[in-house]
Write a protein that binds this ligand. Structure first.
Ligand SMILES: *[C@@H]1O[C@H](CO)[C@@H](O)[C@H](O)[C@H]1NC(C)=O
Ligand SMILES: *[C@@H]1O[C@H](CO)[C@@H](O)[C@H](O)[C@H]1NC(C)=O
Length: 432
């Protein structure tokens, strides 16, 4: 540590900074999207050039080189390196199509105006309030809200003028989940960061993302992280894409297993003889139970204009199958009862045809009501034949529908319709 700032230099620095302040006037607060955001949250900002160390070569700054303006890099844009550390994805709301995440941004760029001669002032680095120098203002396109953790972060300046600024933020962003395979879905969610106060001629991002999520006890796990510089933008932009995989077992256990069990129970109900009085009660109970399950289930699933969860269709088909099989039971039980009435009227069962089972006692049907199994004494009635045919068709139909859903699940790829906004380039007036 050497004997640095000399008194007269401090005085000179303050003087120049004061002059600069006056020269900048009111343009300062408008610079940068997130500055505006921070301001909107009620934190009053004021400039702190007084906190600049006096050795910062401020004396050499002319009016054309205002420190709050973006550093120039000849005719090329200034390169700002951004590293995005994703430290948490703490909430994924598929009903609202939102993702909440915690990010840390590390931005660094070269501002030669802040460089100092290290041999004269041997100091490794110092920090400055973010609003006393130029910093890129960032706005997240998909964000519903952004909470910048530190209201007045400090930038670290190295002797060569390399500025490093860390920004921690919590944000809730909109994401178009692809929910066709809902309990096992994998979606890409992007966060597009725009520096709206600069043009692509002035500023260029070089982005990189690091997955720093440590917790795995989550429904949605961050599988992959990509960064991208979208081409042909009017304002500098970089995009971070989070690949979120749903790993929850809960939905499988609470939705698929009961659905399959119910269908199986319904198929088994078809094995009860038509004459058994319990069969109708059994099917009705299943249907009623399922109706309750169905409405709460459909409430729990998200929906959209395209690529709805396959489960919605699956459960609707399940409902139709249950209704079909219950209706069949009602109709054929009615027909069976009607046949029995007719059989009581005419004692000979022969004209009904289809005597597959000629064995046993083919006496006249003297038992009318109640206990099952007595119909077979007359051979099989029309209703029973129809029932056995229906049962086979129903089993085939159930198996086919399950196979169809399994096939769609495995092979069909659903791409949502392109967003209307994707066609138009983002940004304000071109400043090219
Ligand atoms: C200036 O632009 C050149 C060419 O794009 C680049 O290599 C260099 O890193 C830039 N310098 C700064 C300070 O951004
Ligand atoms: C730093 O200051 C020393 C002493 O005044 C001088 O010799 C040297 O050239 C300076 N270095 C730079 C990079 O200006």
């Amino acid at each position: 540590m050497a004997q640095w700032p000399l008194h007269h230099r401090v005085f000179l620095g303050l003087l120049v900074a004061g002059l600069l302040l006056q020269g900048l006037g009111l343009r300062v607060p408008a610079a940068g999207g997130w500055r505006a955001e921070v301001k909107a949250m009620g934190a009053e900002r004021s400039l702190h050039p007084a906190s600049w160390p006096s050795f910062l070569g401020l004396e050499s700054l002319g009016a054309s080189q205002e420190p709050l303006q973006i550093p120039r890099n000849g005719s090329a844009p200034l390169l700002v390196a951004v590293e995005v550390f994703v430290s948490n994805v703490f909430n994924v709301d598929i009903l609202r199509y939102t993702v909440s995440s915690v990010l840390l941004l590390r931005m660094s760029w070269l501002d030669p105006r802040l460089a100092w001669n290290e041999t004269v002032h041997p100091r490794r680095a110092f920090t400055l309030p973010w609003d006393s120098i130029w910093t890129p203002g960032l706005t997240i396109q998909e964000a519903l809200w952004v909470d910048w953790r530190d209201q007045s972060p400090r930038a670290r300046v190295a002797p060569d003028g390399n500025v490093e600024l860390y920004l921690a933020l919590t944000t809730e962003t909109n994401c178009d989940f692809e929910l066709l395979r809902f309990p096992r879905d994998l979606s890409d969610c992007s966060l597009s960061f725009y520096a709206l106060s600069n043009s692509v001629m002035e500023l260029e991002f070089q982005a990189q993302a690091v997955n720093e999520v440590v917790s795995v006890k989550r429904e949605y796990v961050l599988q992959d992280l990509k960064t991208q510089i979208p081409p042909q933008q009017l304002v500098p932009c970089f995009r971070v894409t989070l690949s979120l995989q749903n790993t929850a077992l809960k939905a499988v256990l609470s939705l698929l297993v009961p659905g399959e069990a119910l269908l199986l129970a319904d198929v088994c109900g078809g094995l009860l003889p038509l004459s058994a009085a319990e069969r109708l009660g059994y099917k009705m109970t299943l249907l009623l139970g399922y109706l309750v399950f169905h409405s709460s289930l459909v409430q729990a699933l998200p929906s959209s204009s395209s690529c709805n969860p396959l489960l919605i269709y699956y459960f609707t088909v399940l409902l139709l199958l249950l209704i079909l099989s219950t209706m069949e039971t009602v109709l054929l039980a009615g027909l069976w009862a009607h046949d029995r009435q007719g059989a009581r009227g005419s004692p000979s069962p022969a004209p009904r045809g289809e005597e597959h089972r000629d064995h046993g006692d083919s006496g006249p049907p003297q038992d009318q009501e109640g206990r099952g199994g007595e119909g077979k004494g007359t051979g099989r009635s029309r209703a029973e034949v129809a029932d056995s045919i229906f049962f086979r068709v129903y089993v085939v139909g159930v198996v086919c529908s399950q196979a169809l859903f399994a096939g769609i699940w495995m092979w069909v790829v659903c791409k949502s319709d392109p967003a209307p906004g994707k066609a138009a380039p983002h940004g304000g007036q071109p400043r090219l």
